[in-house]
Design a protein around this ligand. Sequence first.
Ligand SMILES: Cc1cc2nc3c(=O)[nH]c(=O)nc-3n(C[C@H](O)[C@H](O)[C@H](O)COP(=O)(O)OP(=O)(O)OC[C@H]3O[C@@H](n4cnc5c(N)ncnc54)[C@H](O)[C@@H]3O)c2cc1C
Length: 406
Amino acid sequence: MADHAFDIVVVGAGMVGASFAARVASTNWGAGLRIGVLEASPFVMPDLSQTFDPRVVALTEVSRQLLSDVGVWQQIASRRTCPYRHMEVWEADGTGHIEFDCAEVRQPSLGHIVENALIVEALLQRLEALPNVTLLCPAKVTGLERLEKDGSVVIELADGDRVTTQLVAAADGARSRVRELCGLQLRQWDYGHQAIVTTITTEREHNFTARQRFLPEGPLAFLPLQDEQGDCHRCSIVWSQQSEKAKELMALDEAEFCRALGQASDHCLGEITAVDKRYCIPLWQRHAVDYVLPGIALLGDAAHTIHPLAGQGVNLGFQDAITLAEEIQRSLSRGLSPGELSGLKRYQRRRKPHNLGMMATMEGFKRLFESQAMPLRLLRNDGMKLANQLGPLKNQLVRQAMGLGG
Ligand SMILES: Cc1cc2nc3c(=O)[nH]c(=O)nc-3n(C[C@H](O)[C@H](O)[C@H](O)COP(=O)(O)OP(=O)(O)OC[C@H]3O[C@@H](n4cnc5c(N)ncnc54)[C@H](O)[C@@H]3O)c2cc1C
């Protein structure tokens, strides 16, 4: 059993926790802080020489910039990323159709599709190189107590070690143990949907286009991938389905699945010629009522999980990381502890309305596209057509989706 002491402890070295730790540790004001990162799972890099990680994210420019600022974007880009320059969204059950192009907003791309494992690997290597960061892994948080006498927080780990700190930044994912240990309340509901994720090969090249087709059962996304040789016949898919239907699709053999997917995608890239191993992920919406307590702050999926239909989950988490770092800097510049409640509350005030707004928008989209009621079908068909024709409105939509603001 050992005792450790840090100024800030980050729980969870997923994309959000690791980027937050790297952000704080690589600033001038954070260089003197001792930062501990606790990660429950031993990180084992999957062998991605013949295949792609089935979990990918569509990164906005703001997220890409954060990864660049903390010194990992170059490494990620030198491995494998795929910029997407166009986006097409259309409805299976009508004539609604909208397209976006990066030229319309004078950007080189609308975003980048990147495999989760590549982002985490680059961030962990960066953390290991930062002299003021200690990465404890595997280190699973099992207990937590805040001491009234000095406001410090004492964390217990599964192996009996104890860690003392002034601030716990909890980025331990959707089923956050820290959130539970602190008694922070959660609002959650089951979407009744499961997302089938996998990598597919298509007859035609994707032309750097992200595609989303709204089917009555749920949205189907094709996210373009590019291998090291520049081949553009692979896409990562996220196929949201009602749970029963998802089970049926998972039970199909490869050829049957490819046929079903070809039909569901309207053969937008021709036939589906191959599919990798499929994974099925239950979809829940979760939002913590409060993100903060004295000495504790939730960020990323620990604070909110959102339907993947707009690919915004980790992008919101990265913005949490940026904002929390700014508020810690402000507290330190005023001679306060990083765990000071006033700074943490400012973080919550800045992030919660934004995250809630995005969650409400996604919920609205999901309901609008699920509904078979005639007035809503007309609204979405006409709405998409109108938005497609109105340049300024379209630009505003795309700039918001890119995280560039209105
Ligand atoms: C199908 C699907 C598609 C998606 N597509 C997109 C997309 O295109 N764009 C996008 O922005 N987002 C997308 N998302 C969302 C995105 O994947 C998540 O928002 C993101 O992975 C959350 O990162 P995180 O670091 O907050 O949490 P996680 O990735 O869950 O990391 C949490 C970490 O904490 C560790 N941990 C857990 N418990 C403990 C403990 N007790 N002690 C110590 N460590 C612990 C875990 O091992 C893990 O490493 C998608 C999600 C799904 C399901």
